[in-house]
Design a binder for this molecule. Structure first.
Ligand code: NCD
Length: 446
């Protein structure tokens, strides 16, 4: 909807936006109870279709501290969702006078993008399946900024479940944009998904390179560590050139828990390595802060809680001022003028009943009603699109032109002539033919 600012992906904020939010958050943090006029008379709605402690409570606390009100559906299983109401309808209703902003958590990837499409008030993504969790990233970056005084050039290790942790996905995009050095130390079997790597490569020029993380000790012992390096000249502050890409100095270690609630039947993984005082005695970790979005299970031992390097509870407490700043900004109640990171890309639609997105966890597949598949064009040559909801690369072998009603192989030169706003994506030729598209005379399609 024109003019409304949503936070669906961390990419909806520019670096300047984030710095403004951090400065505002710092101001709020100095007097948490001193801003009770900022959002007086306004209401946020928490729509939580998944469990939450920190995210929902810190959002609600933030709004109350700003002098606003909160309506909370903390367990949507007792809402009309259980009667079969679509997410789109729920959002239309809640945004129609019930609330001035919606905070949404949902198990399907892309749920917040759908909500933003139909909402008449700002929508904040408080976690959409394994996809993104941009406000956790704001808390994480803010914490790094407070603790280390900068983000650019920091050496950050991301460990644990990099596959299903939405906090990791939003965080890694932002770290790449801020110019931090990233080392991925995934638990075996829980490596970064391909679509995340592809986005890092294409949108941020970041290329993964094998890293020797053996000096980190046990945490990296069975991991295929990767250094996410910017293309072109880059600082090798993390590595001694003589030994190749060896990780030998770390500013922050970011742990995640196994996201077992999102594991598929093939995801049987060994127990996670536990970070404890002994594991943190590895030389490269000597000055590393220990971060975790929480909740933790056994991946961080309680014996680290009193270690001054442990800052995971600070991360959680900073959720309040950070979310105060974000709410005030999106509600237009503070001086921030958020500019956004990039122009919103157009979404491309396909005929009713067709969905080239094959991600079964995408909202475009989990919602049966009131949703049209939508796409973002990632590249013209070769022609490639990503799902407009879950961001996965679409396997669309055929594209049509909505005006000529011709269908072309996606890699054919003739497909390049279709104007972006006329592109229609099809999983296969049969789908295109079924919708009345025809192969142009003389064209050979595979
Ligand atoms: C995270 C989440 O929900 O993705 N929690 C949070 O919001 N702090 C991380 C997790 O659940 O592991």
């Amino acid at each position: 909807m024109g003019g409304l600012r949503h936070l669906v992906s961390i990419d909806d904020l520019s670096l300047a936006d984030m710095q403004l939010l951090f400065a505002q958050a710092k101001q709020f943090s100095e007097q948490l109870a001193g801003s009770a006029d900022t959002c007086r008379g306004m209401i946020t709605a928490s729509l939580f279709y998944e469990a939450s402690t920190r995210t929902r409570l810190s959002f609600e606390s933030a709004m109350l501290r700003l002098g606003g009100g909160v309506i909370s559906a903390a367990d949507m299983s007792v809402s009309s969702a259980s009667k079969g109401e679509s997410l789109a309808d729920t959002v239309r209703v809640v945004s129609g006078g019930y609330a001035d902003l919606i905070v949404l958590r949902h198990p399907s990837e892309g749920a917040a993008a759908l909500a933003a499409q139909v909402s008449s008030v700002p929508v904040i993504n408080a976690g959409d399946g394994a996809h993104e969790h941009p406000t956790q990233t704001l808390c994480d970056l803010y914490t790094l900024w407070i603790e280390k005084g900068k983000i650019e050039g920091l050496d950050v290790v991301l460990a644990g479940d990099l596959r299903y942790s939405r906090t990791i996905h939003s965080f890694i995009y932002a770290l790449a944009r801020f110019g931090a050095n990233i080392v991925c130390v995934p638990h075996p079997g829980l490596e970064l998904p391909d679509y995340v790597l592809q986005r890092l490569r294409e949108e941020y020029g970041a290329e993964p390179v094998r890293a020797d993380a053996s000096r980190l000790g046990e945490i990296a012992s069975s991991s295929d560590a990767a250094y996410i390096t910017p293309k072109g000249p880059h600082q090798l502050s993390l590595f001694t050139e003589a030994s190749g890409l060896t990780v030998d100095r770390v500013d922050a270690l970011y742990m995640t828990r196994p996201q077992t609630e999102r594991f598929g039947s093939g995801d049987q993984v060994a127990p996670f390595v536990q970070m404890n005082t002994k594991a943190m005695s590895a030389e490269p970790l000597k000055h590393a802060v220990v971060m975790h979005p929480l909740p933790r299970r056994d991946e961080i031992s309680a014996d680290l809680d009193s270690d001054p390097r442990s800052i995971y509870f600070k991360q959680a407490s900073r959720g309040v001022p950070v979310r105060m700043a974000l709410l005030a900004a999106l509600l237009g109640r503070c001086e921030l003028r958020l500019e956004g990171a990039r122009a919103v890309q157009q979404s491309y639609r396909v005929p009713e009943g067709e969905n080239p997105c094959t991600n079964e966890r995408c909202i475009s597949n989990t919602e049966k009603r009131h949703i049209q598949p939508a796409f973002r064009l990632a590249s013209r040559i070769p022609l490639r699109a990503n799902c407009g909801y879950c961001s996965r690369v679409l396997r669309s072998a055929f594209v049509g032109c909505s005006t000529s009603r011709h269908v072309h192989a996606a890699d054919a030169p003739s497909a390049r002539k279709i104007r972006p706003e006329h592109l229609v994506f099809f999983g296969d030729l049969a789908a295109a033919l079924a919708h009345g598209f025809t192969v142009p005379r003389g064209a050979v399609v595979p």
